[in-house]
Design a protein around this ligand. Structure first.
Ligand SMILES: Nc1ncnc2c1ncn2[C@@H]1O[C@H](COP(=O)(O)OP(=O)(O)OP(=O)(O)O)[C@@H](O)[C@H]1O
Length: 437
């Protein structure tokens, strides 16, 4: 089974160990969030630098990287550091043809490492690096630059995978709040019974089982920054009035609190549902609907952004060449085939297909023959019978196989959705579509 990149990142970033990857010279190539926060002051700037440039005394006291470079032997040991306790270090060379290809070091600390928060809690990096160069995006970009100094609410609509979340981050990165937190709340992903406490927090002793210290909510975490309400159409009705209060009065009341709190957040929301219809069906408050969409952007589906497909192919080609340290190109015929497709899964689907092609194509050049390898059949690649390919069928077969594989592991739509980077609504819809139980 190939590791899904998103899945891999989630694992290494939520694990309570410090992980760092080096090349055979000891140049840092990758580190996880825990390592970054513990030893590098949260900086990304150490990738490409020698391990000796890390000035943290604790790290230099425990790392086994020097010994591994000198001996090519893995090191696994415990080390006691005064006042701190026992560290467990595992430094493993990964060999290729007998030579060190790279080295992975895992450091387990004596403290009970805090489990790092799930995605929604992490202030995310602004998404400046996205492709927005096609005609359909121009008027959106112009409006974004015009409103950059205002805090008006923004509603982003559009099908799943069209880039709504990315646009929200982009808007934040272009606003006067760019250096403040950007907090995503995925209204579909938080279990309904936890949603209120996750969002608004609670005071000590608010309910049985509540933490003694009380808990800050995500709304408070977003103070001075931007709060992104993803899948807003799925926000439970009973919480909608709390959001209305938040937007109108800039106040909210944590569970069990007697007094309300004031907060300064800019609200951006996104949905792939028809909110007007939700209002008519009494599933969404009309007053909240109007409050949320002072400015509205509609992200067109990829089939209506045909001039974006080719540049996006290049964008993803470059991205995955960089990610996997390779240098693949793509033939004109393959481009033509990709550009002529319907892309019902929009940019997300194109992104998957490009990653898959970069990873699975046999030669340096991606050809039409590589496309069937989506579901591991070589027939077309060998015979080059490109006229028999029905692209949508190939992609559907791949999608079905992927969902089946991950759902049989996770058995939960939420975990499945998180693992493969789609929304929970989409995961449920696809499971129904392919009759996967
Ligand atoms: N303009 C873009 N340039 C590069 N990558 C993009 C762009 N738009 C979207 N993507 C990629 O496509 C994927 C889907 O984007 P995103 O999550 O923003 O879509 P969405 O509309 O919010 O989807 P959903 O409704 O399912 O949550 C992401 O992995 C993102 O990296």
């Amino acid at each position: 089974m190939k590791f899904n990149k998103i899945n891999f990142n989630d694992i290494v970033n939520t694990i309570g160990f410090y992980i760092c990857m080096y090349d055979k010279e000891g140049i840092i190539r990758y580190y996880n969030l825990a390592f970054k926060n513990a030893y590098l002051h949260g900086s990304e700037a150490f990738v490409g630098k020698h391990f000796s440039s890390i000035e943290n005394v604790e790290y230099q006291g425990v790392t086994g990287i020097k010994a591994v470079i000198e001996t090519s032997e893995g090191q696994s040991y415990q080390k006691k550091i005064e006042n701190l306790g026992l560290f467990y270090i595992n430094t493993a060379p990964i060999l290729h043809n007998g030579e060190i290809n790279y080295i992975i070091e895992t450091i387990a600390t004596p403290f009970k490492a805090p489990i790092l928060p799930v995605k929604e809690h992490v202030p995310e990096a602004p998404a400046q690096d996205m492709f927005l160069g096609d005609i359909k995006m121009q008027s959106i970009l112009e409006t974004i630059s015009r409103i950059s100094n205002f805090d008006s609410t923004i509603l982003i609509t559009g099908e799943s995978g069209t880039g709504k979340s990315m646009l929200a981050k982009y808007i934040h990165s272009k606003s006067k709040r760019a250096n403040k937190p950007f907090i995503t709340i995925n209204c579909a992903a938080i279990p309904e019974n936890l949603i209120e406490s996750e969002l608004f927090g609670y005071v000590a002793g608010a309910f049985t089982g509540a933490s003694q210290k009380g808990k800050k909510g995500l709304v408070e975490a977003a103070d001075t920054g931007t709060l992104f309400l993803d899948e807003i159409g799925l926000l439970p009705l009973q919480l909608q009035s709390k959001f209305l209060q938040l937007i109108q009065e800039k106040t909210y009341t944590p569970i069990g609190a007697l007094k309300s709190k004031t907060v300064d957040v800019r609200i951006i929301s996104a949905t792939n549902l028809n909110l007007k219809k939700q209002v008519m069906e009494h599933k969404f408050r009309e007053d909240l609907f109007y409050r949320l969409r002072v400015i509205e952007f509609h992200m067109p589906p990829l089939r209506e952004r045909v001039d974006a497909i080719n540049p996006l192919i290049d964008y993803f080609l470059q991205l995955y060449n960089k990610t996997y340290h390779i240098n693949k190109s793509i033939t004109f015929e393959t481009r033509k085939l990709l550009c002529s497709e319907g892309w019902s899964g929009n940019i997300r689907e194109l992104q998957y297909v490009m990653e898959r092609l970069v990873v699975t194509s046999r030669d340096d050049q991606i050809t039409v023959g590589d496309i069937p390898s989506f579901h591991e059949t070589d027939t077309v690649a060998e015979n080059n019978e490109i006229k028999n390919i029905k692209f949508e069928d190939e992609v559907e077969a791949f999608e079905k196989e992927l969902l089946f594989r991950y759902y049989s592991i996770y058995k939960s739509t939420y975990k499945l959705a998180t693992a493969i980077g789609i929304s929970q609504t989409k995961a449920s819809r696809l499971l129904r579509k392919y009759n996967i139980q």
